[in-house]
Structure formats: structure tokens, C-alpha cells
Write a protein that binds this ligand. Structure first.
Ligand SMILES: [Zn+2]
Length: 181
């Protein structure tokens, strides 16, 4: 183990439900409730910079770095729009859940995008933080109560995906998680 010069980043002791509630609370506190949710608007209102970046490693989707009040998200410029939105929401999860002190996360495609239904229990701290950031991202882009209320008038996955500006795959997973699929 290298000697720690900064506090080690650790998973939060929060359930999926609590993490999703936190995401919704943050949206509400900024008055962001219309669909589709724009994670860049949220970041900007928090003073977080979001930039497209060209990464030398192909499988990198994004990263976030916090240095004091300077917080920057970089997103892979060649990723498709759905993926960029999810990446930004995932990095926001790291910011709200894990970056209480300075630090950074570098995310590859395997860290991201897919909400596999894993729980953060019994995982390595590193993997648990990725799962938590994905839970936050799903809760941010597809808040459960907004999905449920939209589902009342339209139950088509493609249509809901369009309304929330997420991939059909992501919406399909979300619906089944909410018991609507
Ligand atoms: Zn991550």
C-alpha cells in the first residue's frame, strides 16, 4: 500500500434508494425538473466545468478531477450523445458521493453506462464507487417518479427513451428495475 498523502476515497454508506433520492433532491434544489434532464445544466449551475476531450486511451469514457473549488469533468468527444450524457451524470455521482476532498476518477467504458443491478455490498471499494455512481446517474437522468408518471400515459420503451433522452437499452433496464418492464 502506498503511503496516503490525501484522504482515501471511499464508497458512501447509502442504499440505492438513498442515492437516487439524493440525485432527485439535487435536481429539485436547482429547479431542474423538466424532461429530458440535462446533466450539463446541473454541472454549470454548480460551477463544475464540462469539456469534451480527446483521450489517448480509446476505452476511456470520462474523468473527473477536484482540486479545491476547481471541479472539472472531461468526456470522450467521440462517444455518442447518450453515452456522453450518462458519463457526465456518472461523474456528477462521483462528485456528490465520493469527492468530499480532492481527488479524481478515471472511467473506462466498463465502469460506465450499464446499470447491471449490482449492489455496492461485497464489492471492492473501487468497484462499489462505480456502482454507486451508476446508480446516481440512473436516478439523475431517469428519476423514478418521473418515469412512473410518464409510464402512466405511455408504456412504450422507445417513446420513453426519447422523452428522457436515453438509449432504449438504458430505459429498458430502468423500467424493469422499477417493476414496469
Ligand atoms: Zn466512475
Amino acid at each position: 500500500m502506498p503511503e496516503a498523502t490525501a484522504p482515501t476515497l471511499t464508497p458512501v454508506k447509502m442504499s440505492r434508494t438513498q442515492i437516487e433520492a439524493r440525485a432527485l433532491e439535487i435536481l429539485r434544489s436547482h429547479g431542474i425538473t423538466s424532461l429530458p434532464i440535462d446533466p450539463v445544466t446541473l454541472a454549470n449551475r454548480e460551477g463544475i466545468k464540462v469539456h469534451n476531450a480527446k483521450f489517448s486511451e480509446e476505452n476511456l469514457s470520462g474523468m473527473v478531477a477536484k482540486r479545491g473549488s476547481d471541479v472539472t469533468i472531461l468526456v470522450n468527444q467521440s462517444d455518442p450523445p447518450f453515452r456522453k450524457r450518462f458519463t457526465i451524470a456518472h461523474e456528477l455521482g462521483h462528485i456528490y458521493l465520493h469527492l468530499q476532498s480532492d481527488g479524481e476518477f478515471v472511467d473506462t467504458q466498463v465502469d460506465l453506462f450499464r446499470d447491471t443491478g449490482e449492489t455496492a455490498d461485497n464489492l471492492s471499494p473501487e468497484r462499489a464507487m462505480e456502482v454507486q455512481a451508476n446508480q446516481f446517474a440512473a436516478g439523475l437522468l431517469m428519476p423514478s417518479e418521473l418515469v412512473r408518471s410518464q409510464f402512466q400515459t405511455c408504456s412504450r420503451v422507445d417513446e420513453l427513451a426519447r422523452i428522457f433522452n436515453v438509449s432504449e437499452e438504458a430505459m429498458g433496464i430502468r423500467l424493469s428495475r422499477l417493476g414496469l418492464g
